[in-house]
Design a binder for this molecule. Structure first.
Ligand SMILES: Nc1ncnc2c1ncn2[C@@H]1O[C@H](COP(=O)(O)OP(=O)(O)OP(=O)(O)O)[C@@H](O)[C@H]1O
Ligand SMILES: [Mg+2]
Length: 291
């Protein structure tokens, strides 16, 4: 459980106070290769954003192999599975934690959820659209790879953070995911986040390698923005074992500090332009892909 409530920093600016549009930023945190740190990033970035006063929902979209609840020390009685089988409403299964951090947990070991059918996808989008009205940020932990669910959550999000570490396979798999999203689904903009780096230069080098190959094979139309890096930090696996975000357990740890900086950077940049504000958040994305 998140035992201690992190302190709210009054000096940081709430988006609503800045007069920014009230519709939520919907951000998929994704990767080609598994185990590169997505779930930790979603949990800690979510916490860093609520500490800034944002209303945040974390979605565990790794539907067949849920992890987010474990990293947060939750024992959900009901999950997205109950929502999809109409036994519970979304409101009933969303867990609410310190500072109002909300989590939509998934279930493990239910193979049919690993590949949602069209009806389930549309139902989920409608439910999420309704729920998202009250939020500032939705962070989606997509699971790894290029499965139908991973692609679906990536295209319904407005922004994509592609996570990679310095393993060569993480880089090639990140490229493979970007390629599929760009060539098959028309997604042209990605943020790159390097995880578990030994020094900041390693993250920048990783970004340059990815950009070089994307430029060469996908052309100038695909834009990769460098979001930054998170250091390799033994406090992260320690906090995983203790089932709490590193930011609440070891706030001074280098990884925790980088999550705070990342939240600040994300929140200071302007959200992507919205073309038609009369259509709801998740549906708008789907309509774009199925004109
Ligand atoms: N910055 C870091 N420093 C050290 N260890 C890390 C860091 N980030 C993640 N890890 C470790 O890497 C492992 C995988 O992390 P995590 O579960 O967040 O990855 P994932 O991308 O969500 O994996 P999956 O694709 O299986 O869902 C964890 O054991 C975690 O402790
Ligand atoms: Mg994960």
């Amino acid at each position: 459980m998140l035992h201690e409530e992190p302190e709210l920093n009054p000096n940081l600016t709430h988006p609503k106070r800045l007069g920014l549009p009230s519709s939520p930023r919907i951000i998929a945190v994704t990767s080609g290769k598994g185990g590169v740190g997505k779930t930790n990033i979603v949990a800690n970035l979510g916490l860093a954003l609520v500490m800034r006063g944002c209303k945040v929902l974390l979605i565990d979209a790794d539907l067949g192999l849920a992890n987010l609840d474990i990293l947060l020390g939750l024992s959900p009685q009901a999950t997205i599975h109950e929502v999809l089988s109409l036994r519970k409403t979304l409101e009933e299964v969303v867990w609410e934690g310190p500072l109002g951090l909300k989590v939509l947990p998934a279930s493990s070991g239910i193979p049919e959820l690993a590949d949602l059918n069209e009806n389930q996808k549309l139902f989920l989008l409608t439910e999420l659209d309704h729920y998202a009205e009250r939020l500032d940020v939705v962070l989606i932990d997509t699971g790894a790879g290029i499965s139908s669910n991973v692609l679906f959550f990536n295209i319904t999000a407005r922004e994509r953070i592609v996570v990679a570490n310095n393993e060569p396979t993480a880089l090639t798999d990140a490229y493979a995911l970007i390629k599929v999203l760009a060539t098959r689904h028309g997604e042209t903009r990605f943020k790159v986040l390097a995880n578990a780096v030994s020094h900041p230069g390693e993250g920048q080098a990783l970004y340059r390698s990815l950009m070089k190959v994307a430029d060469r094979f996908l052309g100038q139309e695909v834009v990769l923005d460098y979001l930054g890096s998170i250091p390799h930090d033994n406090a992260v696996p320690k906090s995983v074992c203790l089932q709490q975000p590193v930011l609440s357990l070891f706030p001074e740890a280098p990884a925790s500090q980088s999550f705070l900086r990342l939240a600040q950077k994300l929140w200071e940049e302007p959200p992507p332009l919205q073309i038609d504000s009369s259509i709801k958040f998740f549906w708008r994305r789907l309509i774009k892909h199925h004109p």
